[in-house]
Design a protein around this ligand. Structure first.
Ligand code: 0WK
Ligand code: 0WK
Ligand code: BGC
Ligand code: BGC
Length: 948
């Protein structure tokens, strides 16, 4: 027998190699690499179309969001029922996932049973199909003695294109493969399943998640390999999914993190995109299918059609006399007579030819050895084209991931399932090889999902449960930061009460309401050169301000910024003022005006009792300052003594102002309606023009706060009424004085205890002034980073973040600077960058972690802005009521790094003030040159008045 075979093949060699004639006949199916690259490029374009909101409706490749946002991280646990519907087998399963067992044996235990689905159900009424599914589920519970009483979470793998708005909702877009039950298209199949289960009754099932089989395959393999972010099915049908950047998925809210997208690539070409690769046999398969014009790519690739393609090719070649000497059998003319299993059998290494012969014989054909070689080669070409097309599709997906993540080379794992991939002898190798050629820069590993997709579906449910419980717990932790409008109204009322109590000066008040001895705004006639010393929250600025005569609002500012080292801020008072004197001297030297003895205004951003415009007794340090021997002393004298000590320059300190007052004055120079100064920076504070009649005259009632008598040189001409020797006319005109509220102290006696959170308590406890400046510690840049860090610590200790690892970094005070909030909350920043900020802090984070960190930052900064907005509403409403107005237009000069640099702080503050003080139209005027110009203006005002 073997001898005969050898002789005839020798002769045939002499004749033409039968595979050659097949190659010629199927030339159009033999796709070479540049054609595959072309197809890959076309598919990339289709993916873009599917992802974009504009073109999605018309797109053939639907790119369906799955609401699966992350792959397993090994902490999934739980017991689930699973339904696996849509592949070649309908399976009911029970899946047990044990915590942290990931790779190890016994990590996931599964029990399963396959249930046949009669053809009449596949083509019958949808409700009956799901009735059958539900009955099978009940049968499974019985058979496996699973309690019917207990509530069972169920994961549903449904392998058809569905539009999902959530993980447990899916509108069926269209059937494919062998399914076309009526009445379900456009319906939420999860709801249909729930109704079927209720109808069957006698079991407590909670359908928690519905996933496509590609997603389930990716999750199944992702449980073992964390690089697995692509799912691939080459089975009855074909399809792929992958983790896309959420910011590219237009159909889903949010830009944070990633989401798995079910490409539904089976429909690639439904819009004609592959017409130049479609062969007559593909057209015949499509025409004879139950969904003509649909799933064009699937019909060139997947198991439901490969056998039919081979049959049609062999039929055509036989009809043309190229095979079986033109003999054609009825069997060969019969649809479905050659299956994909036959194709696989024909391509088996050893028995391929023998199988081919057997298969053709079963089709009532008497094939010659050459016929067998030829038919085997037809199978090879058809299945080769399938693996080539899948490689082209995969190359497109991997290229997109590479570009999304700006990677030059990368590794990726593809979780794969499906009978074609699993049973066709050479398919996997061919696919891997072609993909390697198409995308050499990507190291691709294929992991077969041995146990089908239900483990993955269970994991999706476990992840969904974990994320849901995590989200619930994170929301619980963050809800105290989310202030209701009632709470904000309350804060406004308490701030108002604080303002009133502070003005009354009947004993210690949370809001100190310190007179600034500034009565009137600039009138634009200010001119000349003035120095301004601006002890900002983060640095010390010396400015030379030149107001040009007659040119309203035109001033020239030259300045130099000096750092304020911590050891100076927390050293002795003398060292602090010596440092300031040294900077001033350096500046005057640098400007060549050492001996000009220019009048100077000193911005001193701390609570000070003033008895005149140039005296300033420090009540208490705030923010990061705690230099010794300063509290209770007149800081102007201390500065003058330091200047004297330095004996290099002369300084004529004419005025000392709080930075809010300086900022207000800078604002008034631009906009006369500016009567409020707001600082939202390292610290927080506000000043405003209060009616003089509401200000308890300083020195009149010797309140507990007014004791020491360190009187400065100018004191002797102070009038009892606290004015600065103004003329009668002026005295008559003076209706108002600027009050430095020091609202940072609200809450110091407990008025905010009901909104203070455990994180705030920790921050206050660890601060250098515990119990003080409570409002400031909820709202200002010095503390927001710490409030976030404390909250991240709580969440991590609760196991909701960083996998519960409380690292030394996270325990380090000050590690999470407030500037990171601004960066992390900026809309332009993708999550990747959030992760790199956390990385930079030595915090190794997952996608989820970064989303939670951003949420914490948003909650903390939003609360801060809202609280300042509520405080501002109290101030503007007080001014409005002071003046008996129904409506007030007022401008606020504002400064501070938090207000200026945080992406959302200013708008949230403004919005809150607008809502809580609807009768006030408040304009916020960010100040250009800070409070320095304001201090120079006040100096100009003060000097001019003294000259009069
Ligand atoms: C096995 C999976 C199932 C999927 C099927 C696809 O468990 O979810 O639909 O693979 O392959 P097929 O059975 O269609 O060949
Ligand atoms: C700039 C002002 C300065 C003020 C500072 C506050 O010129 O007087 O103290 O803003 O902002 P911070 O630097 O604290 O963010
Ligand atoms: C379906 C997909 C499914 C694939 C593999 C296709 O016909 O449209 O949803 O993933 O078959 O089962
Ligand atoms: C100080 C205020 C200052 C504010 C803004 C607070 O800590 O007490 O005087 O205006 O910070 O710098």
């Amino acid at each position: 027998m073997l001898a005969v075979h050898l002789v005839s093949s020798f002769f045939s060699k002499l004749q033409e190699d039968p595979t050659k004639k097949v190659d010629r006949f199927l030339y159009a199916m033999c796709l070479h690499d540049d054609q595959l690259s072309d197809i890959s490029t076309r598919f990339q374009a289709e993916m873009k179309k599917g992802l974009s909101a504009e073109s999605n409706a018309a797109a053939a490749v639907k790119m369906l969001p799955t609401h699966v946002r992350c792959t397993p991280d090994g902490s999934e646990t739980g017991q689930f029922l699973a339904l696996d519907l849509g592949g070649s087998k309908f399976k009911v399963l029970q899946v047990k996932v044990r915590e942290g067992m990931r790779m190890r044996r016994g990590g996931v235990e599964m029990e399963e049973k396959t249930y046949p689905i009669p053809r009449e159900l596949l083509e019958g009424r949808g409700a009956e199909l799901f009735g059958h599914v539900s009955e099978s589920l009940k049968d499974f519970l019985h058979e496996k003695n699973i309690s019917l009483e207990k509530k069972h979470p169920l994961a549903f793998t449904f392998s058809f294109p569905c539009e999902q708005s959530t993980l447990d909702r899916g509108l069926l877009l269209s059937w494919s493969k062998t399914y076309r039950a009526r009445g379900l298209q456009g319906k939420d199949v999860v709801q249909v399943l729930r109704e079927a289960i209720d109808k069957t009754g006698g079991m407590h099932i909670e359908v928690l998640a519905m996933v496509n089989d590609t997603v389930a395959a990716m999750m199944t393999c992702g449980f073992e390999d964390r690089y697995c972010e692509v799912g691939l099915i080459i089975g009855t049908g074909t399809n792929a999914c992958y983790m896309e950047e959420l910011c590219h998925v237009d159909l889903v809210e949010g830009d944070e993190g990633r989401m798995c997208v079910n490409t539904e690539w089976g429909a690639f070409g439904d819009d004609g995109a592959l017409n130049d690769y479609i062969t007559e046999f593909d057209r015949d398969v499509d025409a004879a299918s139950n969904n003509p014009g649909k799933q064009i790519f699937e019909k060139m690739v997947s198991g439901m059609y490969l056998g039919e393609l081979v049959r049609l090719v062999v039929l055509k070649m036989a009809t043309l006399g190229i095979l079986f000497e033109g003999h054609v059998s009825d069997a060969l003319r019969t649809k479905g007579k050659i299956t994909t299993a036959h194709v696989a059998a024909m391509e088996e290494y050893k028995n391929g030819l023998k199988n081919t012969r057997g298969i053709l014989m079963d089709l009532d054909l008497t094939p010659s050895p050459d016929d067998c070689v030829a038919v085997q080669h037809v199978s090879t070409i058809v299945s080769f084209r399938s693996s080539n097309l899948v490689a082209a599709g995969l190359a497109a997906i991997l290229t997109r991931i590479k570009n999304n993540r700006n990677l030059r080379t990368f590794r990726m794992t593809v979780g794969v399932d499906g009978t074609v991939y699993k049973t066709h002898p050479q398919y996997p190798k061919r696919l891997h090889k072609v993909l390697q050629r198409l995308l050499p820069e990507c190291q691709v590993r294929f992991v077969l999902s041995h146990s089908g997709s239900s483990k993955g579906a269970a994991l999706v449910t476990a992840v969904a449960q974990r994320l849901a419980s995590q989200k619930r717990k994170v929301d619980e932790t963050l809800s105290p930061f989310r202030l209701s409008s009632e709470q904000l109204q309350l804060v406004k009322a308490r701030m108002r009460a604080g303002l009133e109590a502070g003005l009354k000066r009947e004993g210690p008040s949370e809001v100190k309401m310190l007179p600034s001895f500034l009565y009137s705004p600039p009138d634009g006639t200010e001119h000349g050169q003035y120095l301004a010393l601006d002890l900002g929250g983060t640095n010390f600025k010396v400015m030379l301000v030149n107001f040009r005569k007659g040119l309203h609002q035109s001033s020239q500012v030259l300045h130099k910024i000096y750092t304020m080292p911590l050891e100076i801020m927390q050293g002795t008072g003398d060292e602090l003022f010596d440092h300031i004197a040294e900077c001033v001297s350096d500046f005057l030297d640098y400007m060549g005006i050492k001996n000009d003895r220019l009048p100077a205004g000193f911005t001193f951003p701390f609570p000070c009792e003033q008895t005149a415009i140039d005296t300033c007794k420090l009540v208490s340090w705030t923010k990061g300052f705690k230099a010794t021997d300063c509290e209770g002393n007149d800081v102007v004298s201390m500065l003058r003594e330091a200047i004297k000590r330095r004996n290099e320059v002369e300084l004529d300190i004419a005025a000392v102002v709080n930075d809010t007052v300086g900022t207000m004055m800078s604002g008034t120079y631009e906009d006369p309606q500016c009567e409020i100064g707001l600082i939202a920076g390292t610290g927080t504070n506000v000043c405003y023009m209060e009616e003089l009649k509401n200000i308890k005259k300083t020195g009149q009632k010797k309140g507990p706060m007014e004791r020491e008598e360190g009187k400065s040189g100018r004191e002797e001409n102070k009038q009892e009424d606290g004015t600065n020797g103004e003329t009668e006319q002026e005295k008559a005109d003076i209706q108002k004085m600027c009050i430095n509220t020091e609202w940072g102290g609200l809450g110091d006696y407990g008025s905010l205890d009901d909104i203070i959170t455990p994180s705030d308590v920790e921050v206050d406890h660890n601060s250098i002034n515990p119990g003080k400046q409570r409002f400031e510690k909820l709202t200002s840049g010095m503390y927001l980073g710490e409030v976030v860090r404390q909250t991240l610590l709580d969440l991590t200790r609760a196991g909701l973040l960083f996998r519960g690892h409380v690292t030394e970094t996270l325990k380090t005070p000050g590690i999470f600077q407030t500037k990171y909030l601004s960066q992390i909350e900026s809309d332009r920043l993708a999550l990747l960058q959030v992760r790199s900020i956390l990385q930079g802090l030595g915090l190794d984070s997952t996608c989820d972690d970064s989303i939670i960190v951003k949420e914490v930052c948003e909650a903390v900064s939003r609360r801060a802005a809202q609280l300042c907005g509520a405080g501002m509403a109290a101030v503007v409403d007080k001014i409005r009521e002071n003046r008996g107005l129904d409506h007030l237009n007022v401008t606020v000069g504002v400064d501070g790094t938090l207000y200026k640099h945080h992406p959302h702080f200013s708008e949230v503050l403004q919005e809150t003030a607008r809502v809580l003080a609807p009768q006030c139209n408040v304009t916020f005027l960010p100040s250009e040159d800070g409070s320095g110009k304001g201090a120079a203006l006040i100096t100009a005002l003060t000097r001019r008045r003294e000259e009069m």
